[in-house]
Structure formats: structure tokens, C-alpha cells
Design a protein around this ligand. Structure first.
Ligand SMILES: Nc1ncnc2c1ncn2[C@@H]1O[C@H](COP(=O)(O)OP(=O)(O)OP(=O)(O)O)[C@@H](O)[C@H]1O
Ligand SMILES: [Mg+2]
Length: 509
């Protein structure tokens, strides 16, 4: 039995049966819980050691120390996830890749989607300026590398409306968003599965291992970068990782480097932040990007998605230099714009998908979407504002930001909208239906804390790799997955923030 978190009913409810208003379901854990104390006492130190020794670790946020790491928070057991929905979103990933690729290359659509946003959101305006500058000067590199991650949460539809939510397991996957820049956890995703394989083995449950799917995220993402490097066709050129000033999620990034080296020992990676690039990066006459004597073939952005990463004009200049160059960018600036929340909301308008996909493809992708609403000034936006003010618990209010911790939930939605509802400032936001994922139980393992049995919800990230030009797509593939799980009581569950933790999927039929 579990407690309904959505305030829609007053009691508890049974496994797999929706609560009274059908907004929340409960999934069975992969093993009967709680585990006996003696089992926990034995397994937890083993699990912690396995995690640490396989790079499920991070740098300390407080007292940053380059000489040590701490274990990343993780869940002791894999979380139940319906196989039907896992297979569905995996199969859809190549279509999501193509959709993002075509949107990134459709100037009219980007312009009409973002024209109001750029008037009120300075960060998007600066990205837009770089995009239009490069477009007007003439693009030096037609090829883009998309390393995208489509984030999905299971939900019980409010209305019990569709075939998917009316048949067992009564939940369906809805897309939270598609990330087109710095889509992390290509290492943490697969390694979480390895932790769980080890734990199920140690618990003497090898018969359960087939419920854990293969996960080649790291190899797939890195082979995408190597393919782009090969297309650039200059054996001495290197791959540049654009990084934050301080990288806490260091294992995830470094393992990408190590995997590139494993697959292609002749390919080198260098790491620089935007400030460093502003000092030593420059273009040759034929637009080759040079940094400290290295020619750059591929730029992989693990930073550059939030305003704080551009300290001054120098960092913006560095970004412009990169975009002007012949290096293949992941993402190129138009891909980053295609991944904004505003564009996501515009894509979800009726019939828009059909501009980019065939009717049958559009129907399949459209089933992933939940309600997304424009807050632009005018009658349509007014209706959305009113809806959100009347029922804030039903929605999430989103600004054009990445990296977590920026969205607005619950009563605060009313406060924010009250302040901005009569001004164009509201056009910097979009409104989205709040997804209510099914709850299950799991043990949260965090450094320096006792292990706790908690109620949790999960978010699945599906990776995709796409490499091509406007006219020609060379590579388009699904590329593994990751699962982040958080306490059911919190709005957002950043792993570094400590509210979320690494997890992997336990598929059930
Ligand atoms: N519609 C929604 N319903 C429920 N939870 C949501 C919804 N949208 C976002 N969230 C929660 O907020 C988190 C961050 O949201 P979102 O992905 O839109 O923002 P972000 O800043 O781009 O995050 P990320 O760094 O993961 O890309 C999600 O991982 C999820 O936990
Ligand atoms: Mg995001």
C-alpha cells in the first residue's frame, strides 16, 4: 500500500490499481520489500564498493577536491518499468532524432516559434543572435551531430482516455522533454545497470537478470562522436569537450573520453571551458577551429546551456567562434534552439508533427506528448494562464532553461503568474501538464547517510544519435538509455542535488 501524493484522494490504495481519481498508480518492486535486515547489512557495503569502483561517483560540491570522489547516490534495486512502454519509446527514438534534426534545419519554424521568446528571454536571444549571424555569413559546416536524450515519465492518464492506459499495466510513457545539448549520463546509465546486475547476483537471484535490458549508451554516443571525427577527415584533428569551470559529474564525462580512446586509440580529446576557449581559440582563414595548436574536428558541448556558463562577452565570443568554424558541433546552435521548451510546446500543436513526419509517424510520436500550452499574449495564452491559476497542481511552468531546478510547481505557479500575467514577460515561459508517474518502493543509498526505504518515481531517458546535413542523414539510431529516480514527494530530482539518484530499469510484462 502507498499514499497518494497528488492530493486527489484521502486514503491509500492497492498495488497496480489507480487511486480514486485515477491519477496515481503503484508498481510492484522487483523483489518483495522490505528486505530482511541481515540481507541489507551484507549487501549495502558490497553495493557501495561496486559503485565506487566502477565510476558511479562524483566530485564534492562543497569542499571541491580534485584528489577525491564520492559515491553517487543510487537505488539499491532496479525499478520496475513496463516492457511494453520501454519497447515503444526505444522504437520511437529514431523518429524523435529525425524530428529534432528537421526542426533544427527549418528556419521558418524556428523563427516563428521563437520570435516572441527572444524579445523577453535574454539567453535565448543571445543564442538566436549567434544562429542568425552564422546563417547570414554562410554556414561553414553543414553537418550536425545530434546526441539527444528524450526524457519520458510513465503516467496514468487523468481521463483514462486511451487504449494504452486502459490496458495493463495501466500506464503509458509521456515525454517530459527532448534534450539536444549536454545530454548526460551516457556512462552513469549503463553503470547503474551493472550495479544492479551485480546486486541481483549477490542476492542469489540470477533468474531475474533477464529483466535488465542491455544498455550500450556510452559506446553508442562515443561512436557517434568518432563517426563525426571521421567525416571531418583530418587524422591529426581532435575532439573538444566544452566543459563547465568545475565539473562535478566528472566520471560521466571522463568515461566518454576513455570510451573514445578504447574505440579509436588514435583519436584525442581535449577539454576546455568557454573562458579558456575565448583566450586561445581562433579560426584560420579557411575557418578551421584551432585551440592551443590543436585543430578541432568535433565539438561536444557539456556546458553552454545556461547563462551562468557565459561569464562575460568573452564566453559569448568563444561560442560564436565555435559556431563559425568548420568543426562538427554537437549540438550546432540550431539544434540547441530546436531543444528549447518553447519549440517543444510549438511542436505539440495539432498537425505540426505532420510538417516533419509522415502521418503515421506523426501519430506515433504524438502519443508521447502530454498537454503543452503557449502563454503568449492573446486569448489562447489568457486561457492557459487562467487554467493554471485555477488548478496550479495540474501543471508545471517552465522557463527557457536547461540543467534542472528552474521549473515552477504548485502554489508558486500562481505567485509567478500573478506577477507576470499582464506583461510580455509571460512569453518567456510555457505551461505543461504535470505528469504523475506511478510510485514504487526502493532503497535510497546516499553517501554518509543510513539507507532508507522510500517511495519513488522514475524518469527514463532514451539516447539517440543522428549525424547528417539538412539533405542527407548518415546515421540515425537509438543509443541506449538511463533511469533517474527521485523521492515521490519532490518536484525535481537532480542526482548532483541529492534528491534524485541513479537507477536502472527492471522490465516486467
Ligand atoms: N510535465 C512534467 N511533469 C512532471 N514532472 C516534470 C514535468 N516536467 C519536468 N518535470 C520534472 O522536472 C525535471 C526537469 O524538467 P525539464 O527536463 O523540463 O528541465 P531541464 O532543466 O531541461 O532538466 P534536465 O537538466 O533534466 O534537462 C524533470 O526531470 C522532472 O523530474
Ligand atoms: Mg533539459
Amino acid at each position: 500500500m502507498a499514499t497518494c501524493p497528488s492530493d486527489c484522494c484521502d486514503g491509500t490504495f492497492d498495488q497496480m490499481k489507480p487511486c480514486k481519481q485515477m491519477t496515481t498508480t503503484v508498481l510492484d518492486s522487483c523483489l518483495p520489500l522490505p528486505l530482511p535486515v541481515e540481507v541489507l547489512t551484507e549487501i549495502i557495503p558490497k553495493a557501495k564498493d561496486f559503485a565506487l569502483l566502477h565510476g558511479a561517483a562524483m566530485r564534492y560540491k562543497s569542499n571541491f577536491d580534485p584528489d577525491s570522489l564520492k559515491m553517487a547516490p543510487f537505488f539499491l534495486l532496479p525499478s520496475a518499468f513496463p516492457r511494453r512502454e520501454f519497447d515503444r519509446v526505444v522504437k520511437l527514438q529514431p523518429l524523435i532524432n529525425v524530428l529534432m534534426h528537421r526542426i533544427a534545419h527549418n528556419h521558418e519554424f524556428l523563427e516563428s516559434s521563437l520570435k516572441k521568446t527572444v524579445n523577453v528571454d535574454d539567453f535565448t536571444a543571445r543564442l538566436w543572435k549567434i544562429y542568425t549571424t552564422v546563417r547570414e555569413e554562410g554556414v561553414s559546416q553543414e553537418m550536425s551531430l545530434g546526441l539527444v536524450r528524450s526524457d519520458v515519465m510513465l503516467t496514468k492518464c487523468h481521463a483514462g482516455c486511451c487504449e494504452l492506459c486502459q490496458t495493463p499495466p495501466y500506464v503509458t510513457g509521456h515525454q517530459v522533454e527532448v534534450n539536444t545539448i549536454a545530454s548526460g549520463f551516457g556512462h552513469m546509465g549503463p553503470i547503474s545497470g551493472s550495479i544492479h546486475r551485480y546486486i541481483l547476483g549477490e542476492l542469489r537471484k540470477p533468474e531475474l537478470l533477464h529483466h535488465l535490458p542491455e544498455n550500450d549508451a556510452l559506446a553508442g554516443l562515443c561512436s557517434g562522436m568518432i563517426s563525426a571525427w571521421e567525416v571531418y577527415s583530418c587524422p591529426k584533428a581532435v575532439i573538444l569537450f566544452v566543459i563547465e569551470d568545475v565539473t562535478y559529474n566528472i566520471c560521466d564525462q571522463r568515461f566518454h573520453e576513455y570510451e573514445i580512446r578504447r574505440q579509436r586509440p588514435d583519436v584525442h580529446v581535449i577539454r576546455r571551458n568557454l573562458t579558456q576557449i575565448s583566450k586561445t581559440g581562433h579560426l584560420t582563414d579557411d575557418k578551421r577551429l584551432m585551440i592551443d595548436g590543436n585543430e578541432i574536428a568535433v565539438v561536444y558541448f557539456r556546458a553552454g546551456y545556461e547563462p551562468a556558463q557565459y561569464h562575460s562577452e568573452a564566453e559569448w565570443e568563444a561560442r560564436l567562434t565555435i559556431e563559425r568554424s568548420r568543426a562538427i558541433k554537437s549540438p550546432s546552435i540550431q539544434y540547441q534552439l530546436a531543444g528549447t521548451k518553447k519549440v517543444q510546446q510549438e511542436i505539440a500543436r495539432p498537425d505540426v508533427l505532420k510538417q516533419f513526419l509522415s502521418d503515421s509517424e506523426a501519430e506515433l510520436v504524438g502519443q508521447l506528448f502530454t498537454g503543452l500550452y503557449s502563454l503568449d499574449l492573446g486569448p489562447e495564452g489568457d486561457r492557459a494562464v487562467q487554467m493554471a491559476m485555477e488548478n496550479p497542481e495540474r501543471f508545471v511552468l517552465k522557463p527557457q532553461r536547461e540543467g534542472g531546478g528552474n521549473n515552477v510547481y504548485g502554489a508558486e505557479i500562481k505567485e509567478v503568474l500573478e506577477k507576470i500575467k499582464d506583461s510580455a514577460e509571460r512569453e518567456a515561459y510555457i505551461l505543461m501538464d504535470r505528469i504523475r508517474p506511478p510510485i514504487q518502493e526502493n532503497y535510497l543509498v546516499r553517501p554518509y547517510e543510513p539507507v532508507r526505504l522510500v517511495e519513488v518515481v522514475s524518469e527514463l531517458g532514451i539516447f539517440g544519435v543522428i549525424l547528417g546535413t539538412n539533405k542527407d542523414i548518415m546515421i540515425n539510431k537509438f543509443s541506449g538509455h538511463m533511469l533517474r529516480t527521485k523521492l515521490s514527494s519532490v518536484n525535481e530530482g537532480g542526482v548532483a542535488a541529492g534528491l534524485g539518484a541513479l537507477d536502472s530499469v527492471f522490465l516486467f510484462d
